[in-house]
Design a protein around this ligand. Sequence first.
Ligand code: FAD
Length: 437
Amino acid sequence: MLSTTPVAIFWFRRDLRLPDNAGLYHALKGGTPVLPLFIFDTDILDKLPDTHDPRVQFIHDTITELARSLQQAGSGLLVKKGQPRAVFADLMQNLKIAAVYTNHDYEPYAEQRDTEIRNLLAAENISFHTFKDQVIFEKNEVVKPDGKPYTVFTPYKKRWFLTLNNFYVQSYPTEQYFKNLVGTAPFPLPTLAEIGFKPTSIRFPGKIAPEAIIKTYDQTRDYPAQSGTSRLSLHLRFGTISIRETVRLAQRLNSTWLNELIWRDFYHMILYHFPQVAIQAFKPAYNHIPWRNNEDEFAHWCAGTTGYPLVDAGMRELNATGFMHNRVRMVVASFLCKHLLIDWRWGEAYFAGKLLDYDLAANNGGWQWAAGSGCDAAPYFRVFNPSAQIQKFDRQKLYVQHWVPEWESSNYNKPLVNHELARKRAINTYKEALATF
Ligand code: FAD
């Protein structure tokens, strides 16, 4: 039946949910029965270093749930594995595709992929409709009066608020149009093993926003031993929750938390306007820092054996759970770039392989902030003191004790570098390089 009826495809990517999904809403209202599609993109999967990657299991669990919900609505989720271009070429042979709908993805790889798909479809007169869904404001929606993008957060935030009205945070009521989904028996779903991955023992955080935590976020957010942040980053990354719903919650509960969600928009906007940041410093002079890039020291940093308890606790938390508290992300990143003088891209890549919430825009923004090379970054002479950070944010040593139980014993590693010497070395190295370029 599917091969003869015209269908509109809705292609799920970073928006793995049915409710309040902008692209799905527009597809359902388009008038042609909608066939939901998910592709396990081998261009991405083949680059993952580990077949136990928990993110693939998270996606697999999520699309299994999506397929179940679609089945309840009398429809199904078509799941394919391959290069998106090849998958679409094949679908075009076997289905009567009237149009394809999807939501924007701002990463350079995704932009290029979508251009190719758009061209492929256009050659057969199939339209490709794309929508904003992942952020509140995108591309040129919040720019300076002269049309140029902001590169400093505070004025960006000011304009973000001036531009905001209820329209931008309203939900898209997809459920009112589920009758426009293609009626079909469920499609078989590939198993995780068929995708080429193995199960993980890592547990995923829940997607219900913890209201009690968000209410006091401004007071608790900096203390890694407390459950003082939302832990929603994985869900915002894969779109298992809606950013509009999240922002409405922030408006109701906590302006400091809203501020963090605006940082998220900001870094997405930066990546869109300055895609070169994915491989280079935002501030070009910082491309000339003579990094030491000592591989042995890098291995200690990755393993959490630097002899600095807060750094080691953070890296061990990351390795064991796929998560690290934001305060500690800042400390370990500063330590790598400044104390060890290792290229921020090494740390960025390590985080990319481990973080459940890995997101190119936010991760790159965080790393370039710590290295000093980013837009609106920490100044180059600001070097976190990892021991003083314990005094401020883990005074009772609960976090450190949990992840580095041996930290006070003689078994614990000697510090890899002396803090004061490393701080001076970092400042001098940066100063000289920046004075030359
Ligand atoms: P909350 O504090 O509850 O914040 C709510 C949401 O706001 C987060 O889930 C996230 O979506 C967003 N958010 C919060 N802080 C930031 C920020 N500084 N920049 C952008 N968005 C933010 N965040 C990622 O989502 N993915 C990454 O790959 C990532 N890499 C980072 C690397 C470094 C070096 C640093 C310093 C920060 C990085 N962050 C990243 C930002 C931040 O650390 C995490 O978003 C946060 O720790 C996630 O925990 P949470 O969900 O409890 O956040």
